[in-house]
Design a binder for this molecule. Sequence first.
Ligand code: HEC
Ligand code: HEC
Ligand code: HEC
Ligand code: HEC
Ligand code: HEC
Ligand code: HEC
Length: 497
Amino acid sequence: MRKRLPSSFYNPITIAGAAIASISFGLILFLMLLETLATEPKPYMGIITFIILPGFLIIGLLLIAFGIYREHRFDLKGKHREHILPKLDLNDPKHRRAFIIFSVGTILLLVFSAFGSYEAYEFTDSVQFCGTICHKVMNPEYTAYQNSPHAHVACVKCHIGPGAGWFVRSKISGSYQVYSVLFNKYPRPIPTPIKNLRPAKETCEQCHWPNAFYYKMEKQKTYYLSDEKNSEMKLTLSINIGGGNQATGVTSGIHWHMNIANQITYIATDRARQVIPWVQVKSKDGKVTVYRSTDEKIPQSMITKDNMRVMDCIDCHNRPTHIYHPPSPAVNDAMASGLINPDLPYIKSISVQALEAGYTTKDIALDSIKYAIEEFYNLNYPDIASKDKNQIEQAVQQVQKIYSLNYFPEMNVSWKKFPNNIGHLYSPGCFRCHDGKHVSKDGKVISKSCNICHTIFSEQFGNQKPELSLTGVKYQHPIDIGDSWKEMECSDCHGPK
Ligand code: HEC
Ligand code: HEC
Ligand code: HEC
Ligand code: HEC
Ligand code: HEC
Ligand code: HEC
């Protein structure tokens, strides 16, 4: 065979390298074509196309160069060491051909690798990559996210945000995460709060502007009790969202915490930031007030700068998108919207029990839920079991759906592990500080008054006449528990046991 290229190209290493490089290149082109033609996104293909194959391509190219270099070194053995590098003579047709192939190849490669790294970058930032590649690990977060108000906001908007610095940081910690997934080293569930989450100012506030909070938000809630009739109760809350805007003169309300002029710093004694015995407020005029819990004493040694955290959006909105709903409100909502028929006796109670029974896998859970609900009616209400078979069937499906969206036994994830800090019913939330037991030296108390955060416009039990008042009705707990709802925290009874 006539050799069309300089002889140093003809060695096994270079030829193997060329083969690897061209096969990878061909495969990349082929997969890209498939991906453009595919009707639904295939995240695993992205890993192969943009991360694994380019790796092989680069190895191939390195092998080509290494082979040539080695061959050249052999040639030099025993000769004058005048030319350490290969000599290039463009008048020699072999050299000319090699030169052209090399230059064109390099240019093509540069263009493709620019395009490829951009694709790889886009791809590792995509919701698909974050949510589905680590399928089992991120399944809870991804599922909850898809059913949340932020379902159309990409993961990276909150987890990375704009700018190169955080991008690099996240890819470095991300590499460790990929490693821990590959070698099964990750914790279940993934612990929160995330220590190095980017400050909310640089993520949330890109879309939400605290200065624009000055209105009230009305929420209507329907509850059902655990009795045979599933007794109904309705509540209208007007929530004082306001707070941040000095220009309009509104300086009270919930987002007051976020008013730029105020700074709240606190120390939590547990990792999940649920126990907060020490709170400090620095007002706009520089006055500092420290509140300490009379219930939970904090050791003096813990009051250090390192332990302090300045309050931001995440301290209340810790579940803006990965929301794992507790069973009671989830079932209430399904009943209020008619997806579960409230006329089925004890349906509230039996649904909540079925959800909370504690299962080891999702499949077992779904089967057990069906069995528990059907058996309950077969045993206790045989006539309803046959007459309202469809209603029961529909209730089973809804409860199974609630389970699938909110419980992830494989990752040990549910509302019990991820308390939502908005509110105070199912977890301490606002009452971590607003429990009426955080007192300053001069006797000021962080308020627990039922009207500072919201006004209860109306409260209605069953078909009774509703209590109405624009300044707030006197709250009546749905069942008689004396004054304990004033003295205890709601979550002592309603929270995870
Ligand atoms: C609206 C902003 C936002 C979006 C969008 C978002 N997250 Fe999060 N995510 C958060 C916040 C805030 C936390 C931290 C909560 C804490 O520290 O208590 C978090 C926590 C997590 C955690 C830790 C476990 C947990 O449940 O708290 C994982 C894993 C996670 N997110 C993955 C994702 C994935 C995957 C996506 C995209 C499918 C995504 N996130 C989209 C805001 C967001
Ligand atoms: C890329 C833009 C974007 C970012 C970043 C973002 N959000 Fe949102 N947020 C939205 C959109 C869009 C909605 C939905 C508005 C709607 O449905 O009316 C929303 C809704 C909300 C709501 C109302 C939820 C409800 O129940 O209706 C809250 C609270 C919220 N975001 C908090 C946050 C917090 C906290 C962060 C930071 C961790 C954040 N957002 C980051 C765009 C964003
Ligand atoms: C002290 C706790 C707290 C802090 C801090 C806080 N919020 Fe809120 N935020 C609330 C509560 C409570 C609501 C009422 C929503 C509800 O009850 O579901 C709310 C509502 C919202 C809403 C929804 C408004 C609407 O009309 O739908 C957005 C958006 C929001 N907050 C964004 C933010 C952002 C961004 C920050 C950080 C700058 C922030 N919040 C800081 C407690 C807080
Ligand atoms: C880390 C502790 C902490 C948490 C958690 C917290 N707050 Fe506060 N809040 C404070 C402090 C401190 C004050 C100011 C008390 C003072 O000096 O008057 C305050 C004041 C308020 C005020 C009154 C503002 C005014 O002057 O009109 C409202 C309303 C409020 N908080 C709502 C909430 C809501 C709603 C939540 C839960 C979503 C919440 N807070 C969670 C510490 C906290
Ligand atoms: C520090 C602020 C704050 C104080 C004080 C406060 N609440 Fe609330 N409350 C909230 C927030 C925030 C929510 C959540 C609204 C939501 O679910 O969007 C809430 C929700 C509720 C709900 C509806 C629960 C649900 O999740 O369906 C009831 C009932 C309620 N509060 C009663 C009370 C009573 C009674 C008191 C007085 C002992 C009180 N609140 C004091 C902030 C507060
Ligand atoms: C001593 C324990 C206890 C305390 C404290 C308590 N509750 Fe309850 N609560 C109950 C019981 C028991 C029920 C009835 C549950 C049922 O029938 O399913 C109930 C029912 C409810 C319901 C309707 C059922 C639901 O979850 O859908 C609401 C709403 C409620 N409580 C709000 C509150 C609020 C708000 C507070 C705090 C201000 C509070 N509770 C404090 C024991 C308590």
